[in-house]
Design a binder for this molecule. Structure first.
Ligand SMILES: NC(=O)c1ccc[n+]([C@@H]2O[C@H](COP(=O)([O-])OP(=O)(O)OC[C@H]3O[C@@H](n4cnc5c(N)ncnc54)[C@H](O)[C@@H]3O)[C@@H](O)[C@H]2O)c1
Ligand SMILES: [Zn+2]
Length: 362
């Protein structure tokens, strides 16, 4: 097991990454103010892992309230959130009951927001079970639900007390979900660590074959990058570092919204979005032709889309404009100066965006 940490003063926390650590209730117990937890999960994850997690907690004399919400991004909404509040109240969970999220990013965001607001905030622990949740959503404290008018539009910052990422859970993950998570792993290399990008090129086949050592390395390196950024810029300040984690996301969100939530997985849309952002970086003379090709090739080898299909450049433009990152009439883009180094640019000429979209969206 490897342990990383997010440095946030009194709210610092550990992230344990390892194989077979799901039932390490002894790692969780020291953080509990009351020997009672509420585990939030869904009908897909519950039969796979809830028994192990709840059993281990029970053996530590911890009372476990089980809360099952429906599976799917379309249920990351107020209705499911309210279902969690109903269960917490019915089961007499108090201000010192810890909420544990067991599942992917949808469960993490939903349970996290419930923990942020139930009785003005209760302690929270993340047990992420998808690659995306392990490398991205379980770290950093962003929680949210979707609104019919926009994704993640209602939420709160609420850091967990602890994150437990068990590589064993990835064995049951559908291959498409694994690929989608790899998009965010590749993103971390692109924005911050060229050597990690090289490593990903060399080890992609091992990752796709779910070699546990390769997966653990990729998860640990990704979390280290995200944790370092969050430690420096927890709340995504105006010109802070955290915004760099949105590399590929302006285009990606436009694809997700344009095609309808759930048509493409988040990582798939981000993959195509990163190719677009790389192309834009190349046009502005930042990224070399060769490096732009390397990025596209790696995503392609990961089985991820490298262009948007089913959405016109004009529609993409429109969606980009209404994306929440559009501020004061100008659109900020996260671009690459080179492999391993991202930057924020507000001066991207509209013509360059047109050109990228005409090549990469149809
Ligand atoms: N808070 C953040 O910082 C942040 C960052 C990135 C993404 N997100 C959010 O994360 C969500 C996407 O998360 P996701 O990609 O994990 O999707 P997800 O939570 O929908 O999980 C994907 C699917 O895999 C299933 N599943 C989960 N673990 C499994 C396992 N071990 N074996 C088999 N099946 C399993 C889930 O039930 C679901 O059907 C989005 O809502 C996105 O907005 C949040
Ligand atoms: Zn993302």
């Amino acid at each position: 097991m490897q342990t990383l940490s997010v440095a946030l003063g009194e709210r610092s926390y550990s992230i344990h990454v390892g194989t077979g650590i799901l039932d390490r209730a002894d790692l969780i117990a020291p953080f509990l103010a009351q020997r009672k937890v509420a585990v939030v999960t869904n009908p897909t994850v519950a039969p796979l892992y809830l028994g192990r997690v709840a059993g281990a907690l029970a053996r530590e004399d911890i009372e476990v309230v089980r809360i099952i919400v429906p599976d799917g991004e379309e249920h990351k909404d107020w209705r499911a959130l309210n279902g969690i509040f109903d269960a917490l109240l019915e089961q007499r969970c108090a201000r010192d009951t810890t909420v544990i999220a067991l599942g992917g990013g949808v469960i993490g965001d939903l349970a996290g927001f419930a923990a942020a607001t139930y009785q003005r905030g209760v302690p929270f622990v993340q047990i992420p079970t998808t690659l995306l949740a392990q490398v991205d959503s379980s770290v950093g404290g962003k929680t949210a639900i979707n609104h019919p008018l926009g994704k993640n539009m209602v939420g709160a910052f609420h850091q967990p007390r602890l994150v437990l990422a068990d590589m064993e859970t990835l064995k049951t993950l559908p291959q498409r979900e694994l690929r989608s998570g790899l998009a965010e792993v590749i993103k971390h290399g692109l924005i911050r660590d060229a050597a990690f990008f090289d490593w990903l090129e060399a080890n992609l086949d091992r990752l796709l074959a779910r070699d546990p050592d390769a997966l653990e390395h990729a998860v640990v390196r990704s979390i280290a990058i995200k944790a370092e950024i969050v430690g420096q810029d927890e709340r995504e300040r105006e010109r802070g570092l955290r915004v760099l984690l949105n590399f590929g996301h302006t285009f990606g969100h436009a694809i997700e919204t344009g095609l309808g939530y759930g048509t493409w997985l988040h990582g798939e849309a981000v993959a195509a979005g990163m190719v677009m952002a790389a192309d834009l970086s190349r046009q502005l003379g930042l990224l070399s032709e060769a490096d732009t090709t390397r990025i596209r090739s790696l995503l392609e080898r990961a089985g991820l889309p490298t262009a948007a299909k089913g959405i016109t450049p004009g529609r993409m433009q429109e969606l980009i404009r209404i994306d929440k990152k559009a501020r004061s009439g100008r659109i900020h883009f996260v671009l690459l100066e080179r492999l391993g180094a991202a930057m924020l640019r507000a001066d991207v000429p509209p013509g360059a965006i047109d050109h990228t979209l005409s090549r990469l969206a149809a």
